[in-house]
Design a binder for this molecule. Structure first.
Ligand code: ADP
Ligand code: ZN
Length: 817
């Protein structure tokens, strides 16, 4: 009898590969374990065992696996089930899934790494152009992987180039196999057992009489270990005894102390004991019991509760009932910005049963959380994380909470899998027989629509906690005010008045501007030239602080020059404005107050957000200027005024969700005002105060917004009424991508008729030197989604078989945002 396994490898292949195993490997292997397998001519990949069987592949001879990497599975079959669903629904491969789901430390791979041949200097003139590019890149980077080289040369098949470089002795190839994850070990010491009796210890202390520092260390150790041989950290011992690490080391060398290591978790909770959860008010009580009731008939419930209605406390009660049943809870958040406050709140209730899965954490830290979840450990009963945490190896999930479910960042944009974490969590929950609770003050049209259709349960809280009033929202017509010269910079007289008053009352202020940088367009008043990104079809954004022009699409940076680069003119004009410019204007208008800024530029690094949020909480900041980062469910005690600098650029954004999104953003940022005691105030500056969305925001009228928008979606055949799949084609040659996209759209039209839109160039038609074309396929409710995707895949396959199109990148985005 022959034995085989089907293996997922982290490469986007359409099919799984079958490898041959021995009888004893057959007995040992389980689905979900890792194996090292050879692939292609010389590659070795980590694969995940997907199926174990006796069927030899028909089309090829199965190779042997190289080795087994695990003693026990690192994922459960439930995860594989989820991977399979995601791959099918979002049209990607299992290899894409493996890359997205596993911490990279789990993906050991022997990738070919190219390094410069240090032994020989070669004459560069013998190198062809492509060879030179690779060789040149090695001057800046000590090593390159195959995919780096593909990127540099912008093509897939780079092995011939590497081969030639090797033949010319310009580079050498290095094969590395490495395990990236090492558990963090902490050094501990204890007294050697030779000195465990009182007599020997006494003798030791006498002997050390001439070495007072060493004696002090031993005494301190004895004290710290409290006689019961508790392990003592070397670092603690050093601090307590005042001894340097070399003194401790000499004691270890002498055999007086014994050194050992204990694996500890990086992600540690060092808080106080658990706090009792808060008693709910009557609205929250009602909501909680309604949620429980809807769960009897629905798998998913939407909790629509206005900002500051106390949704989090309702979640907390629900979480408690689930973990009391011994089950796991996943608490999804759109972005980690939110976690700082929430982690504290949850840890106060649940102590170290809370684990955080954080994209800013190191790979090591993620592996630790992974293992806790895998083994259903007490340390990860409640997992708090952003979208990728849905791929953690849960085995006994009881509840998923998707907080701020309307947030777009739940949808992964790039790379594949382009999944929506909210929608995927509904599937994940059903695999576990668990429930999903979606929560928002401004639900997505999709979820509210599902609730209205009774597909989801619906529970509402319409009152803020403590009966605090919703903020008073005032629309400020800045067109008028510009005319009447009542504006100072971007600040209307009304906004200045309100800021002044709020500052006098010692309350805090949030100013919202949905763009970072200083100004998105710099224009020469003499010749009209404005600096463009060399790689993308966009204007560069001026960042004053660094005196730089930056591209927000590809990261290109150049120094801002004083004069126009085209005509040398000196009169440069800034059009539009970003957070940086607002910050500067506030500082000039209110020089005696502390101003800070929160956007992508000021929150880089692991504790970027935390620092600013803490400073605001500690009232070290009077006025905080920021982008939509500010909108995400933060709970600040003392913020009373919110200013929205310009509502129009959000409303006019060219996207079918622009109005929905504007409503959500403005309502959410308004919700930061007046969360305790006094009623908050919101000023929205706009050129168009009669816009329906602005009226709906100021009246806090979600239902009207929903009705009007859903009507538009219906009329224009947009989600959630129609499903849609966006197909993006990219190539560096415009003509090629145009021909390709016309061919593609034509083939689609043959099947889907009028439900195909495009090809169209997006507003930014070139990004990173690649021209883009979009095609949209709309899918009416009665049409099978599965069959639609099959047809698209067939067309895609014939597309890829056209020689001219093979170099065109095709991206399939199901339920695109
Ligand atoms: P939401 O998530 O709906 O915006 P939060 O859960 O953040 O609202 O609650 C708003 C504020 O009210 C928080 O500061 C929270 O601590 C407080 N709060 C909510 N419910 C209670 C309660 N039952 N008892 C005491 N304080 C509460
Ligand atoms: Zn660019």
């Amino acid at each position: 009898m022959n034995f085989f396994i089907d293996v997922i490898i982290p490469v986007p292949l359409k099919k799984l590969f079958t490898y041959s195993i021995t009888a004893s490997e057959f007995d040992f292997l389980k689905v979900g374990m890792r194996v090292a397998v050879p692939f292609g001519k010389s590659k070795i990949y980590t694969g995940i065992v997907y199926r174990i069987h006796n069927e030899a592949p028909l089309a090829y001879e199965a190779k042997d696996i190289q080795q087994i990497l695990d003693e026990t599975p690192i994922i459960h079959e439930k995860q594989l089930k989820l991977w399979q669903w995601v791959a099918k629904y979002y049209m990607c491969t299992m290899g894409d899934m493996m890359r997205a789901a596993l911490p990279s430390a789990f993906i050991l791979e022997s990738e070919t790494v190219v390094i410069k041949n240090k032994i020989k200097t070669i004459d560069e003139s013998i190198l062809k152009d492509d060879e030179f590019l690779v060789y040149e890149a090695l001057n800046h980077q000590s090593s390159l992987k195959i995919h780096d080289i593909s990127n540099i040369l912008d093509k897939k098949n780079v092995l011939p180039v590497i081969k030639r470089l090797i033949e010319k002795e310009a580079v050498v190839v290095e094969e590395e196999v490495y395990e990236k994850y090492k558990p963090k070990l902490v050094r501990y010491v204890k007294l050697h057992t030779n000195f465990s009796s009182e007599v020997t210890l006494q003798k030791l202390l006498e002997d050390l009489g001439r070495a007072p520092k060493q004696r002090q260390v031993v005494m301190t150790l004895f004290m710290l270990s409290a006689g019961d041989k508790k392990p003592v950290k070397v670092s603690d011992l050093s601090v307590e005894s005042g001894a340097s690490s070399s003194i401790i080391k000499s004691l270890i060398d002498k055999g007086i102390l014994e050194e050992y290591h204990i694996q500890t978790d990086r992600v540690q909770y060092s808080g106080e004991d658990n706090e009792a959860t808060k008693a709910l008010n009557s609205y929250q009580e009602t909501a909680l019991s309604e949620i429980k009731m809807t769960f009897e008939t629905h798998h998913v419930t939407l909790l629509h509760g206005v900002t500051s209605s106390g949704k989090t406390e309702v979640y907390v009660k629900l979480i408690k009932t689930i973990i009391d049943q011994g089950k796991q809870v996943l608490y999804l958040l759109p972005e980690i910005a939110l976690t700082t406050q929430l982690v504290k709140r949850l840890e106060n209730y649940f102590g170290d049963q809370v684990a955080v899965f954080h994209s800013k954490y190191s790979s090591h830290e993620r592996v630790e959380v992974w293992n806790h979840v895998l083994h259903n450990s007490e340390k990860a009963k409640i997992v708090l994380g952003a979208r990728s945490s849905i791929f953690l190896p849960f085995n006994n999930l009881g509840l998923i909470i998707v907080d701020e479910e309307h947030e777009q960042s739940f949808k992964q944009f790039d790379p594949a899998p382009r999944y929506h974490a909210r929608d995927t969590s509904v599937v994940l929950a059903s695999i576990h027989g668990a429930k999903t609770l979606l929560g928002s003050a401004t639900p997505s049209l999709e979820s509210y629509f599902n609730a209205k259709q009774n597909k989801y349960g619906l529970v509402e809280i319409t009152k803020r906690y403590n009966n605090i009033m919703m903020p008073d929202i005032e629309l400020v017509d800045i067109k008028e005010r510009f005319k009447k010269k009542l504006m100072r910079g971007h600040f209307s007289d009304r906004l200045i008045e309100e800021i002044t008053e709020t500052l006098n009352e010692k309350h805090q202020i949030i100013l919202f501007q949905n763009r970072r940088g200083f100004s998105p367009i710099v224009e020469c008043k003499t010749c009209g030239h404005s600096p463009q990104c060399p790689n993308c079809d966009v204007s560069l954004t001026y960042h004053q602080y660094r005196k730089q022009l930056r591209c927000h699409y590809c990261g290109y940076v150049e120094i801002m020059k004083r004069d126009c680069m085209a005509c040398g003119g000196q009169d440069l004009d800034n059009k539009g404005f970003g957070t940086e410019q607002i910050e500067e204007e506030v500082k000039i208008l209110f020089p005696d107050h502390k101003v800070a800024r929160m956007d992508l530029d000021t929150t880089r690094g692991k504790y970027g957000y935390e620092k600013i949020i803490t400073a605001l909480e500690q009232q070290e900041i009077d006025i905080l200027v920021g982008t939509q980062m500010l909108t995400k469910g933060l709970d600040f005690r003392n913020v009373k005024l919110v200013g929205i600098m310009n509502a129009d650029n959000m409303l006019n954004f060219p996207d079918f969700r622009a109005h929905e999104r504007s409503f959500q953003l403005m309502s959410q940022v308004s919700g930061r005002a007046g969360r305790t005691e006094e009623r908050g105030k919101v000023l929205i500056q706009t050129y168009n105060p009669h816009h329906n969305i602005l009226q709906q925001v100021s009246n806090n009228n979600y239902i009207d917004m929903f009705k009007e928008q859903i009507n538009d979606r219906y009329n224009y055949k947009y989600p959630p009424i129609y499903k849609q799949i966006k197909i993006t084609l990219k190539h560096k040659d415009y003509n090629r991508v145009e021909t390709a996209s016309i061919w593609y759209a034509k083939s689609l039209r043959r099947v889907f008729k009028d439900y195909v839109l495009g090809p169209e160039s997006p507003p930014i038609a070139r990004i990173r030197n690649q021209f883009h074309k979009n095609i949209l396929v709309k899918i009416p409710k009665q049409q099978s989604l599965g069959k639609t995707k099959e047809a698209i895949i067939r067309i895609n396959n014939s597309f890829l078989s056209v020689k001219d199109f093979r170099s065109v990148r095709v991206i399939l985005n199901v339920d695109n945002f």
